[in-house]
Design a protein around this ligand. Structure first.
Ligand code: PEP
Length: 245
């Protein structure tokens, strides 16, 4: 029922030439056994939409929490849909930590994204300190609670959750499959408490130093429906290795 999704978050990397190389590499790989999405920086989104073809989804790494107006430097969700993007990452830990994005902002952005026909990939995850103090599941529950109480069942059809332990992002340190599965199972139980069919249909991705070498074991866990990939998405061979896992 849930098709595996591999999402490549390029962060503030790439150029016109790299965008072309990465997307032609993915295109040339032909049929892949999963859904694939890439999230280039804003300036390359239109180019990526053109280059991606029908099989690869293109999304933004962030969006405004307003619809239009005097918000210098911001990009609205309907602008993203207008140029053919179909997804947006919301609440990445770098945005929460570096730009002060709160759960309230995450909810507002998610609502706007859904209203504009985008799929929202909402990121949650605990810091190392929170994990060490035994609070990983409680942190994730808090990060999801507004979404669970405020979004409708129909809204949830346009939401993907990415569980990304902060200590595993860009560090080379990956959660063990058991650690990742335990939090994914917890997230699915939170969804089930609200609605069983929501739990059955919502895709939950794992993110945090996913590579071709560790993807198969992570993706084989019962509640892990794919990966949210940072660094390894900038290398075509590595990214395709993850997609094939
Ligand atoms: C990310 O940016 O969401 C991420 C998981 O990065 P990395 O794969 O580099 O850890």
């Amino acid at each position: 029922m849930r098709r595996t999704l591999v999402a490549g978050n390029w962060k503030m990397n790439a150029s016109r030439a790299q965008t072309e190389t990465l997307l032609s590499g993915i295109r040339d790989a032909g049929d892949l056994p999963c859904d694939v999405a890439v999230f280039p920086p804003y300036p390359y989104l239109s180019q990526a939409v053109e280059a991606a073809g029908a099989t690869v989804s293109v999304g933004a790494q962030n969006c405004a929490d307003q619809t239009s107006g005097a918000y210098t430097g911001e990009v609205a969700c309907d602008m993203l849909s207008d140029i053919g993007a179909s997804m947006v990452i919301i609440g990445h830990s770098e945005r929460r930590t570096l730009y002060g994005e709160t759960d309230d902002v995450v909810l507002r952005k998610t609502r706007l994204a859904i209203d504009c026909g985008l799929t929202a990939v909402v990121c949650v995850g605990e810091t190392l300190e929170q994990r060490k103090s035994g609070n990983a599941e409680a942190v994730v529950k808090t990060q999801l609670s507004l979404l669970l109480s405020e979004l409708s069942d129909t809204d949830w059809q346009s939401v993907v959750i990415a569980y990304e332990p902060v200590w595993a992002i860009g560090t080379g340190e990956t959660a063990t499959p058991e650690q990742a599965q335990a939090v994914h199972a917890h997230i699915r139980a939170l969804l089930a408490a609200r609605n069983e069919s929501l739990a059955a249909s919502t895709r939950l991705l794992y993110g945090g130093s996913v590579k071709a070498a560790n993807a198969a074991e992570l993706f084989s866990q019962q509640d892990i429906d794919g990966g949210h990939v940072g660094g390894a998405s900038l290398d075509v061979a590595e990214f395709l290795g993850i997609c094939r896992a």
